[in-house]
Ligand binder design. Structure first.
Ligand SMILES: Nc1ncnc2c1ncn2[C@@H]1O[C@H](COP(=O)(O)OP(=O)(O)OP(=O)(O)O)[C@@H](O)[C@H]1O
Ligand SMILES: [Mg+2]
Length: 359
């Protein structure tokens, strides 16, 4: 297990009588690519600003490599930040943008020159080193901002939605680039995004946040396959949520009666007892439609809609008048039997795909 880079203990932040963050406790390991993911206003930037030292906590403790940092001003913390808008100096060349902070830190002229050379080639801007920001593309400007932030060898790099100004194709390229830079430098990254695909594709672990609280922390697989609650299940990807009550909790899997009377087995991360009310969550791609009733976990309904989406087909299956499920099949070369809307269909649910959630 590697060293703990950052430790947050019951961190709280109030702005006047508004609580922006509460009960935030987790640890980030050295060299980890850690992501804060959540909707607008959930407190991601506020948490970064507390770690960077631009804001003070209302309560709780933040430790950096074991030391409390409350009293350290931002420029004394071995932490650097990359902002969404890059904040490059417009009148300076790429080289000067990268080197400026190092000179301010008192590095010698020759050390600055060596480090700038290293950084320019690390972010693959060798051909552009003498240009100014206005002569660069958005992706190139983003690389300058990254190089500038990594130049003084911070132990921790905070990245606040650094890719949001780029178009989709560039964003996807920069994801790989960020992963590579993190691997090469060994810097601990704390990356903020509200884009779930970005989070899933890059992170060692993800903290899903909502309304100032951490809802769940885990790997991409943990969070997608084993969501802790309805918020996490719905925020990461799509899911079907069906109200249900546990009618038998004696076996390994819980037997749940759904709101429409159907009975399914589902699993939970927690000890659940009979009579517990909650929701069953099933991902659209973990269900298979068939004309005949399958063995095992299944539901029956009427096909009410079919939409061709290129890679996938999406189906709507009505279980009752006001309960409809969304099912997705990947388009493979062998197209299955055509389904006609209005006909009765059965849904087979993969083992372990139905999750019982209490809240
Ligand atoms: N200086 C401040 N004074 C008062 N309220 C603030 C201040 N800074 C942030 N807030 C509030 O705290 C909450 C969290 O803001 P924050 O900027 O951390 O959200 P965010 O998760 O980064 O959102 P986004 O994805 O839109 O950037 C918001 O409701 C915001 O209005
Ligand atoms: Mg923000």
């Amino acid at each position: 297990m590697s060293e703990t880079a950052i430790q947050l203990e019951s961190v709280r932040k109030d702005f006047g009588d508004f609580t922006a963050l509460s009960e935030v406790s987790f640890e980030i390991s050295d060299n980890e690519f850690f992501t804060l993911l959540g909707p607008s206003g959930c407190g991601k930037t506020t948490l970064l600003r507390l770690i960077a030292g631009f804001l003070n906590t209302t309560g709780g403790t933040i430790r950096l490599f074991g030391e409390e940092i409350e009293a350290l001003p931002p420029n004394k913390r071995p932490i650097n930040t990359v902002f969404q808008n890059y904040a490059l100096f417009p009148h300076m060349t790429v080289r000067d943008n990268i080197g400026f902070g190092l000179s301010m830190l008192g590095w010698s002229r020759s050390d600055v020159a060596t480090r700038v050379d290293e950084m320019v080639s690390m972010v693959k801007l060798d051909q552009f080193a003498e240009r100014r920001p206005s002569q660069l593309s958005g992706g190139q400007q983003q690389r300058v901002a990254l190089a500038r932030a990594m130049a003084p060898k911070p132990k921790v790099l905070l990245l606040d939605e650094p890719l949001s100004a780029l178009d989709l194709k560039l964003r996807q390229e920069m994801r790989l680039e960020l992963k590579r830079l993190q691997n090469e430098t060994g810097i601990t990254f704390i990356f903020v995004t509200h884009d779930q695909e970005e989070a899933l594709s890059m992170s060692d672990r993800i903290a899903v946040m909502s309304a100032g609280k951490v809802q769940q922390i885990g790997s991409a697989v943990d969070i997608y396959e084993f969501p802790e609650n309805r918020f996490v299940a719905g925020f990461i990807g799509e899911t079907n949520l069906i109200e249900a009550e546990v009618i038998d909790a004696s076996a390994d899997a819980l037997t749940c009666q759904l709101v429409n009377g159907a009975v399914l087995t589902a699993r939970s991360l927690h000890e659940i007892t009979k009579g517990q009310k909650g929701w069953v969550s099933i991902r659209p791609e973990r269900m298979t439609l068939s004309k005949t009733k399958p063995k095992g976990n299944s539901l029956s309904g009427t096909l009410t809609g079919a939409t061709y989406l290129g890679t996938d087909n999406q189906y709507a299956v009505g279980l009752t008048d006001d309960l409809s499920l969304n099912v997705r099949h990947q388009n493979r070369t062998s197209v299955g039997a055509a389904m006609t809307t209005g006909e009765p269909v059965h849904i087979s649910i993969a083992d372990n795909a139905a999750r019982f959630l209490v809240d």
